[in-house]
Design a binder for this molecule. Sequence first.
Ligand SMILES: N[C@@H](CCC(=O)N[C@@H](CS)C(=O)NCC(=O)O)C(=O)O
Length: 258
Amino acid sequence: MAGVVAIGESPYPTARAACPLYWATRDGPETPMITLHHLENSRSQRILWLLEELGVEYEIERYQRDPVTSLAPQALKDIHPLGKSPVITDGDVTVAESGAIIDYLVENYDDTGRLQPDPDDAQGLRDYRYFMHYAEGTVMPLLIVALLMRRVDEAKMPFFVKPIAKGITGKIRSGYLDPNLGNNLAFMESELTRKPWFAGNRFTAADIQMSFIAEGLNVSVDLASQFPKLAAFLAKCHATPTYQRALERGGPFQLGAR
Ligand SMILES: N[C@@H](CCC(=O)N[C@@H](CS)C(=O)NCC(=O)O)C(=O)O
């Protein structure tokens, strides 16, 4: 199993210091299990995929969204104060935020470095870090604004308010959202024109982070006709056996309606 490290030989002093009991028992029968706190139809899907890629043992604690608001249930706040998903627990360690979770899992369980750029590939390492942050720091906020605009457009309201609301969402779209989304789509497409994966020639955890961005864009943009490299990237992700296993373990996954 990936991630088995002989007691006393861990290359990960931070994780060991954070949770000595866990490390002391890691190879024994009482090895605590990684738990993914998984909200349906959410960014948590990318962590499920990573866990399958790493081949580690893990369990899934499932959470349903509120049918009206789509928000996460209160129970997620018992795991982390922000009550968002993904969040993982690993022994006594709790990690939230997709990028931080990916870094933690890769540092502690990607024993062969398979999901990271080659250590000699300086540009790959920079791209890896960049896209790990870019996904949630730059593109995802745009997708959230787009989602909120759609919700305002579709919301029930008095007929005389509708044109005012449409006017506001229209201005936000034309003045901010559409140009920024367009720039970002062109940027991602050009990155994938220069190289097969976001961090270079090798599939890495940065692609897992970026896969959810491509999933989100795929809901409202015709990627195949307008951004073929991005469409091909998503198709390659979908084709991996580990992505398919993550779907099987996680259950139905559909973005868009929410
Ligand atoms: N940047 C955070 C975002 C976490 C986040 O907002 N998750 C959404 C699911 S995709 C969530 O928990 N939504 C439910 C809610 O806001 O109540 C990450 O990548 O982990």
